[in-house]
Design a protein around this ligand. Structure first.
Ligand SMILES: NC(=O)c1ccc[n+]([C@@H]2O[C@H](COP(=O)([O-])OP(=O)(O)OC[C@H]3O[C@@H](n4cnc5c(N)ncnc54)[C@H](O)[C@@H]3O)[C@@H](O)[C@H]2O)c1
Length: 349
Protein backbone atom coordinates (compact mmCIF):
# COMPACT_ATOMS: atom_id res chain seq x y z
CA UNK A 1 0.00 0.00 0.00
CA UNK A 2 0.90 3.65 -0.38
CA UNK A 3 0.29 5.22 2.98
CA UNK A 4 0.22 8.84 4.08
CA UNK A 5 0.86 9.57 7.76
CA UNK A 6 0.31 13.15 8.90
CA UNK A 7 2.03 14.23 12.10
CA UNK A 8 4.65 11.60 11.29
CA UNK A 9 7.26 12.93 13.73
CA UNK A 10 4.79 12.85 16.63
CA UNK A 11 3.97 10.03 19.02
CA UNK A 12 1.30 8.17 17.03
CA UNK A 13 2.46 9.23 13.59
CA UNK A 14 5.99 7.92 14.13
CA UNK A 15 4.68 4.63 15.51
CA UNK A 16 2.47 4.31 12.41
CA UNK A 17 5.41 5.03 10.08
CA UNK A 18 7.58 2.36 11.71
CA UNK A 19 4.79 -0.20 11.87
CA UNK A 20 3.66 0.09 8.26
CA UNK A 21 7.23 0.39 6.99
CA UNK A 22 8.08 -2.86 8.79
CA UNK A 23 5.15 -4.51 7.01
CA UNK A 24 6.67 -3.50 3.66
CA UNK A 25 4.40 -0.59 2.74
CA UNK A 26 5.54 2.68 1.17
CA UNK A 27 5.03 5.44 3.72
CA UNK A 28 5.02 9.19 3.14
CA UNK A 29 5.17 11.32 6.28
CA UNK A 30 3.97 14.91 6.57
CA UNK A 31 5.17 16.90 9.58
CA UNK A 32 6.36 20.50 9.79
CA UNK A 33 7.52 20.20 13.44
CA UNK A 34 4.72 22.49 14.52
CA UNK A 35 4.81 20.86 17.95
CA UNK A 36 7.87 23.04 18.57
CA UNK A 37 5.86 26.14 17.67
CA UNK A 38 3.07 25.12 20.04
CA UNK A 39 5.23 24.08 23.00
CA UNK A 40 8.76 25.47 22.50
CA UNK A 41 12.05 23.53 22.31
CA UNK A 42 10.84 20.71 24.61
CA UNK A 43 8.17 19.90 22.02
CA UNK A 44 10.69 19.68 19.18
CA UNK A 45 10.17 16.44 17.25
CA UNK A 46 13.27 16.51 15.04
CA UNK A 47 15.02 13.87 17.21
CA UNK A 48 12.15 11.52 16.39
CA UNK A 49 12.27 12.32 12.67
CA UNK A 50 16.01 11.57 12.62
CA UNK A 51 15.35 8.29 14.45
CA UNK A 52 12.67 7.37 11.90
CA UNK A 53 14.91 8.14 8.94
CA UNK A 54 17.46 5.69 10.34
CA UNK A 55 14.91 3.03 11.31
CA UNK A 56 12.51 2.99 8.34
CA UNK A 57 13.37 1.63 4.90
CA UNK A 58 10.73 3.02 2.56
CA UNK A 59 9.87 6.23 4.37
CA UNK A 60 9.91 9.66 2.76
CA UNK A 61 9.26 12.80 4.76
CA UNK A 62 7.93 16.15 3.67
CA UNK A 63 7.66 19.19 5.95
CA UNK A 64 4.29 20.28 4.55
CA UNK A 65 1.80 22.20 6.64
CA UNK A 66 -1.67 20.62 6.55
CA UNK A 67 -3.11 24.16 6.62
CA UNK A 68 -1.67 24.67 3.12
CA UNK A 69 -4.60 23.51 0.99
CA UNK A 70 -2.83 23.83 -2.38
CA UNK A 71 0.23 21.90 -1.19
CA UNK A 72 -1.93 19.10 0.23
CA UNK A 73 -3.90 18.91 -3.00
CA UNK A 74 -0.65 18.72 -5.02
CA UNK A 75 0.64 15.90 -2.81
CA UNK A 76 -2.54 13.87 -3.31
CA UNK A 77 -2.52 14.48 -7.08
CA UNK A 78 0.95 13.02 -7.37
CA UNK A 79 0.73 10.13 -4.91
CA UNK A 80 -2.72 8.37 -4.93
CA UNK A 81 -2.69 6.97 -1.41
CA UNK A 82 -4.45 3.77 -0.28
CA UNK A 83 -4.48 4.68 3.40
CA UNK A 84 -4.34 8.04 5.17
CA UNK A 85 -3.54 8.03 8.88
CA UNK A 86 -4.24 11.56 10.07
CA UNK A 87 -2.40 12.30 13.32
CA UNK A 88 -1.22 15.90 12.82
CA UNK A 89 -2.83 18.19 15.36
CA UNK A 90 -2.58 20.89 17.93
CA UNK A 91 -3.06 18.30 20.69
CA UNK A 92 -3.40 20.26 23.94
CA UNK A 93 -6.68 21.46 25.38
CA UNK A 94 -4.94 24.00 27.64
CA UNK A 95 -2.82 25.42 24.82
CA UNK A 96 -5.85 26.04 22.57
CA UNK A 97 -6.96 28.87 24.89
CA UNK A 98 -3.88 30.91 23.87
CA UNK A 99 -4.08 30.16 20.12
CA UNK A 100 -7.77 29.63 19.25
CA UNK A 101 -7.43 30.44 15.55
CA UNK A 102 -4.29 28.40 15.04
CA UNK A 103 -5.85 25.50 16.95
CA UNK A 104 -8.92 25.60 14.70
CA UNK A 105 -6.91 25.99 11.50
CA UNK A 106 -4.76 22.95 12.27
CA UNK A 107 -7.38 20.70 13.86
CA UNK A 108 -10.53 21.47 11.90
CA UNK A 109 -9.48 23.16 8.65
CA UNK A 110 -6.37 20.99 8.19
CA UNK A 111 -8.55 17.89 8.55
CA UNK A 112 -10.98 19.28 5.98
CA UNK A 113 -8.11 19.82 3.50
CA UNK A 114 -7.08 16.20 3.88
CA UNK A 115 -10.62 14.85 3.62
CA UNK A 116 -11.36 16.82 0.49
CA UNK A 117 -8.03 15.93 -1.16
CA UNK A 118 -8.81 12.27 -0.40
CA UNK A 119 -12.30 12.58 -1.92
CA UNK A 120 -10.97 14.31 -5.03
CA UNK A 121 -7.96 12.10 -5.72
CA UNK A 122 -8.25 8.81 -3.78
CA UNK A 123 -11.94 8.29 -2.98
CA UNK A 124 -11.46 4.54 -2.46
CA UNK A 125 -8.74 5.08 0.16
CA UNK A 126 -9.21 4.40 3.87
CA UNK A 127 -9.01 7.55 6.01
CA UNK A 128 -8.36 7.21 9.74
CA UNK A 129 -8.70 10.20 12.04
CA UNK A 130 -7.21 10.43 15.52
CA UNK A 131 -9.91 12.16 17.54
CA UNK A 132 -10.04 12.58 21.30
CA UNK A 133 -12.18 11.85 24.35
CA UNK A 134 -12.33 15.65 24.80
CA UNK A 135 -15.14 15.66 22.21
CA UNK A 136 -17.28 14.39 25.10
CA UNK A 137 -16.48 17.61 26.98
CA UNK A 138 -17.59 17.57 30.60
CA UNK A 139 -20.21 14.84 30.04
CA UNK A 140 -18.04 12.09 31.63
CA UNK A 141 -17.79 14.25 34.77
CA UNK A 142 -21.56 14.01 35.23
CA UNK A 143 -21.35 10.28 35.90
CA UNK A 144 -21.67 9.60 39.66
CA UNK A 145 -18.20 9.10 41.18
CA UNK A 146 -16.85 7.68 44.38
CA UNK A 147 -13.68 8.91 46.03
CA UNK A 148 -11.14 6.25 46.97
CA UNK A 149 -7.84 6.71 48.81
CA UNK A 150 -5.80 7.49 45.70
CA UNK A 151 -8.28 7.80 42.86
CA UNK A 152 -11.79 8.61 41.81
CA UNK A 153 -13.86 5.83 40.28
CA UNK A 154 -17.33 5.37 38.85
CA UNK A 155 -19.89 4.75 41.58
CA UNK A 156 -22.39 2.66 39.59
CA UNK A 157 -21.65 -0.91 38.46
CA UNK A 158 -23.02 -0.17 34.98
CA UNK A 159 -20.23 2.39 34.44
CA UNK A 160 -17.44 -0.01 35.47
CA UNK A 161 -16.16 -0.58 31.92
CA UNK A 162 -16.04 3.12 31.17
CA UNK A 163 -17.34 5.58 28.62
CA UNK A 164 -18.73 4.24 25.37
CA UNK A 165 -19.45 5.95 22.05
CA UNK A 166 -23.04 6.83 22.98
CA UNK A 167 -21.80 9.53 25.36
CA UNK A 168 -23.22 12.96 24.45
CA UNK A 169 -20.87 15.33 22.60
CA UNK A 170 -22.72 18.64 22.79
CA UNK A 171 -24.36 21.05 25.20
CA UNK A 172 -21.48 21.26 27.63
CA UNK A 173 -17.99 22.72 28.13
CA UNK A 174 -15.21 21.14 26.05
CA UNK A 175 -12.21 23.53 25.91
CA UNK A 176 -11.56 25.07 22.50
CA UNK A 177 -9.41 22.07 21.62
CA UNK A 178 -12.30 19.70 22.38
CA UNK A 179 -14.52 21.82 20.13
CA UNK A 180 -12.06 22.02 17.21
CA UNK A 181 -11.51 18.26 17.40
CA UNK A 182 -15.28 17.68 17.61
CA UNK A 183 -15.70 19.77 14.44
CA UNK A 184 -13.13 17.58 12.68
CA UNK A 185 -14.61 14.38 14.16
CA UNK A 186 -18.07 15.27 12.76
CA UNK A 187 -16.64 16.23 9.37
CA UNK A 188 -14.80 12.92 9.09
CA UNK A 189 -17.99 11.05 10.04
CA UNK A 190 -19.86 13.00 7.40
CA UNK A 191 -17.42 11.99 4.65
CA UNK A 192 -18.22 8.42 5.62
CA UNK A 193 -21.97 8.74 5.92
CA UNK A 194 -22.65 11.32 3.18
CA UNK A 195 -20.00 10.37 0.59
CA UNK A 196 -19.81 6.70 1.67
CA UNK A 197 -16.06 6.89 1.99
CA UNK A 198 -14.04 4.47 4.11
CA UNK A 199 -13.41 6.65 7.13
CA UNK A 200 -12.88 5.78 10.77
CA UNK A 201 -12.61 7.89 13.90
CA UNK A 202 -10.70 6.86 17.01
CA UNK A 203 -11.45 8.91 20.11
CA UNK A 204 -8.29 8.59 22.13
CA UNK A 205 -7.93 8.37 25.88
CA UNK A 206 -4.32 8.96 26.97
CA UNK A 207 -2.17 7.87 24.05
CA UNK A 208 1.38 7.34 25.18
CA UNK A 209 4.71 5.70 24.49
CA UNK A 210 8.45 6.27 24.32
CA UNK A 211 8.33 8.44 21.18
CA UNK A 212 6.42 11.28 22.86
CA UNK A 213 8.11 14.67 23.04
CA UNK A 214 6.36 15.25 26.37
CA UNK A 215 5.68 18.80 27.56
CA UNK A 216 3.74 20.16 30.51
CA UNK A 217 0.66 20.83 28.38
CA UNK A 218 0.63 17.50 26.55
CA UNK A 219 1.97 13.98 27.04
CA UNK A 220 1.14 13.27 30.69
CA UNK A 221 3.22 10.15 31.47
CA UNK A 222 6.12 11.17 29.25
CA UNK A 223 6.37 14.59 30.89
CA UNK A 224 5.91 13.13 34.36
CA UNK A 225 8.80 10.71 33.75
CA UNK A 226 10.93 13.50 32.28
CA UNK A 227 10.48 15.77 35.35
CA UNK A 228 11.07 12.85 37.73
CA UNK A 229 14.38 12.08 36.05
CA UNK A 230 15.62 15.61 35.42
CA UNK A 231 14.43 17.41 38.58
CA UNK A 232 12.26 20.50 38.46
CA UNK A 233 8.74 20.77 39.80
CA UNK A 234 5.66 18.98 38.49
CA UNK A 235 2.27 20.65 39.03
CA UNK A 236 -0.85 18.60 39.73
CA UNK A 237 -4.00 20.58 38.94
CA UNK A 238 -7.09 19.95 41.07
CA UNK A 239 -9.15 16.88 42.04
CA UNK A 240 -6.62 16.12 44.82
CA UNK A 241 -4.44 14.36 42.26
CA UNK A 242 -7.04 11.59 42.12
CA UNK A 243 -8.07 12.19 38.49
CA UNK A 244 -7.86 9.00 36.43
CA UNK A 245 -6.58 8.49 32.87
CA UNK A 246 -6.53 5.29 30.82
CA UNK A 247 -3.25 4.88 29.00
CA UNK A 248 -2.65 3.07 25.76
CA UNK A 249 0.69 2.36 24.13
CA UNK A 250 1.14 3.87 20.67
CA UNK A 251 1.73 0.36 19.28
CA UNK A 252 -1.76 -0.73 20.32
CA UNK A 253 -3.20 2.44 18.77
CA UNK A 254 -1.55 1.66 15.45
CA UNK A 255 -2.70 -1.96 15.61
CA UNK A 256 -6.30 -0.69 15.89
CA UNK A 257 -5.71 1.51 12.83
CA UNK A 258 -4.30 -1.49 10.95
CA UNK A 259 -7.34 -3.62 11.82
CA UNK A 260 -9.71 -0.87 10.69
CA UNK A 261 -7.80 -0.33 7.44
CA UNK A 262 -8.12 -4.02 6.60
CA UNK A 263 -11.88 -4.00 7.15
CA UNK A 264 -13.11 -0.41 7.15
CA UNK A 265 -16.52 1.05 8.00
CA UNK A 266 -18.02 4.29 6.66
CA UNK A 267 -17.85 6.86 9.43
CA UNK A 268 -17.57 4.52 12.41
CA UNK A 269 -16.47 5.96 15.75
CA UNK A 270 -14.44 4.01 18.32
CA UNK A 271 -13.24 4.91 21.79
CA UNK A 272 -9.61 3.91 22.09
CA UNK A 273 -7.69 4.00 25.34
CA UNK A 274 -6.02 1.64 27.74
CA UNK A 275 -9.29 0.62 29.39
CA UNK A 276 -9.69 -0.06 33.09
CA UNK A 277 -6.58 -2.24 33.38
CA UNK A 278 -4.31 0.52 32.12
CA UNK A 279 -5.98 3.27 34.13
CA UNK A 280 -4.04 5.23 36.69
CA UNK A 281 -4.57 8.33 38.81
CA UNK A 282 -2.03 11.15 39.10
CA UNK A 283 -1.11 10.05 42.64
CA UNK A 284 -0.72 6.42 41.56
CA UNK A 285 1.33 7.38 38.48
CA UNK A 286 3.73 9.49 40.55
CA UNK A 287 4.16 6.63 43.03
CA UNK A 288 4.81 4.06 40.27
CA UNK A 289 7.28 6.21 38.34
CA UNK A 290 9.17 7.01 41.54
CA UNK A 291 9.41 3.31 42.38
CA UNK A 292 10.50 2.31 38.89
CA UNK A 293 13.03 5.10 38.35
CA UNK A 294 14.42 5.20 41.88
CA UNK A 295 14.00 8.99 41.82
CA UNK A 296 11.82 11.20 43.98
CA UNK A 297 9.54 13.65 42.14
CA UNK A 298 9.25 17.18 43.42
CA UNK A 299 5.60 18.12 42.87
CA UNK A 300 3.18 20.81 43.93
CA UNK A 301 -0.57 20.84 44.16
CA UNK A 302 -2.54 23.59 42.42
CA UNK A 303 -6.10 23.82 43.76
CA UNK A 304 -7.77 24.90 40.50
CA UNK A 305 -8.45 22.04 38.10
CA UNK A 306 -7.74 22.47 34.40
CA UNK A 307 -10.82 23.64 32.46
CA UNK A 308 -12.48 20.79 30.59
CA UNK A 309 -10.43 18.17 32.49
CA UNK A 310 -11.93 14.76 33.18
CA UNK A 311 -12.21 13.51 36.77
CA UNK A 312 -12.18 9.87 35.79
CA UNK A 313 -11.97 8.75 32.19
CA UNK A 314 -11.83 5.11 31.24
CA UNK A 315 -12.47 4.16 27.59
CA UNK A 316 -15.00 1.41 27.05
CA UNK A 317 -13.30 -0.78 24.44
CA UNK A 318 -16.32 -3.04 23.88
CA UNK A 319 -17.28 -1.78 20.41
CA UNK A 320 -13.72 -1.91 19.08
CA UNK A 321 -13.21 -5.46 20.41
CA UNK A 322 -16.56 -6.60 18.99
CA UNK A 323 -15.87 -5.20 15.50
CA UNK A 324 -12.18 -6.18 15.47
CA UNK A 325 -11.75 -9.32 17.58
CA UNK A 326 -8.07 -9.63 16.58
CA UNK A 327 -7.30 -6.40 18.36
CA UNK A 328 -6.34 -6.31 22.02
CA UNK A 329 -4.22 -4.36 24.48
CA UNK A 330 -0.74 -5.87 24.36
CA UNK A 331 1.18 -3.45 26.60
CA UNK A 332 0.23 -3.13 30.27
CA UNK A 333 0.88 -0.04 32.33
CA UNK A 334 4.18 -1.24 33.83
CA UNK A 335 5.59 -2.05 30.39
CA UNK A 336 4.48 1.35 29.13
CA UNK A 337 6.15 3.09 32.05
CA UNK A 338 9.36 1.04 31.71
CA UNK A 339 9.62 2.00 28.03
CA UNK A 340 8.93 5.68 28.71
CA UNK A 341 11.49 5.84 31.52
CA UNK A 342 14.12 4.06 29.39
CA UNK A 343 13.49 6.47 26.50
CA UNK A 344 13.79 9.48 28.81
CA UNK A 345 17.13 8.18 30.18
CA UNK A 346 18.29 7.70 26.61
CA UNK A 347 17.37 11.27 25.66
CA UNK A 348 19.22 12.61 28.70
CA UNK A 349 22.50 10.95 27.71
N1 LIG B 1 -1.43 11.85 22.98
C1 LIG B 1 -2.61 11.81 23.50
O1 LIG B 1 -2.76 11.62 24.70
C2 LIG B 1 -3.83 11.95 22.63
C3 LIG B 1 -5.08 11.72 23.21
C4 LIG B 1 -6.22 11.81 22.42
C5 LIG B 1 -6.11 12.12 21.08
N2 LIG B 1 -4.87 12.36 20.55
C6 LIG B 1 -4.81 12.71 19.12
O2 LIG B 1 -3.94 11.83 18.45
C7 LIG B 1 -3.25 12.52 17.41
C8 LIG B 1 -1.78 12.30 17.56
O3 LIG B 1 -1.37 12.80 18.84
P1 LIG B 1 0.14 12.73 19.30
O4 LIG B 1 0.14 12.52 20.76
O5 LIG B 1 0.90 11.84 18.40
O6 LIG B 1 0.56 14.26 19.04
P2 LIG B 1 2.02 14.82 18.70
O7 LIG B 1 1.97 16.28 19.03
O8 LIG B 1 3.07 13.97 19.30
O9 LIG B 1 2.07 14.65 17.10
C9 LIG B 1 1.41 15.52 16.23
C10 LIG B 1 2.40 15.93 15.15
O10 LIG B 1 1.70 16.75 14.22
C11 LIG B 1 2.60 17.74 13.75
N3 LIG B 1 1.84 18.88 13.27
C12 LIG B 1 1.11 19.74 14.00
N4 LIG B 1 0.55 20.66 13.21
C13 LIG B 1 0.91 20.37 11.94
C14 LIG B 1 0.63 20.97 10.69
N5 LIG B 1 -0.11 22.08 10.60
N6 LIG B 1 1.13 20.38 9.58
C15 LIG B 1 1.92 19.27 9.65
N7 LIG B 1 2.22 18.68 10.84
C16 LIG B 1 1.73 19.23 11.97
C17 LIG B 1 3.46 18.08 14.98
O11 LIG B 1 4.71 18.66 14.67
C18 LIG B 1 3.59 16.73 15.67
O12 LIG B 1 4.79 16.07 15.35
C19 LIG B 1 -3.71 13.97 17.49
O13 LIG B 1 -4.75 14.16 16.59
C20 LIG B 1 -4.23 14.10 18.89
O14 LIG B 1 -5.22 15.10 19.03
C21 LIG B 1 -3.73 12.28 21.29
Amino acid sequence: MKILVTGSSGLIGSEAVEHFDRLGHEVTGVDNNMRRIFFGPQGDTLWNLERLKRAAKRFTHTALDIRDRAAIDDLFQVQRFDLIVHCAAQPSHDKARDIPLLDFEVNALGTMHLLEATRQHSPEAVFVFLSTNKVYGDAPNEIPMKELEKRYDYARPEDFNGIDETCCIDRMLHSLFGASKAAADLLVQEYGRYFKMNVGIFRGGCLTGPAHSGVELHGFLSYLAKVTLTGGTYSVFGYKGKQVRDNIHSHDVVRAIEEFAANPGSGEVYNLGGGRENSVSMLEAIERIEQMSGRKLNWQYVEEARKGDHICYISNLGKLKRDYPNWKITRGLDTILEEIIASQWQQLK
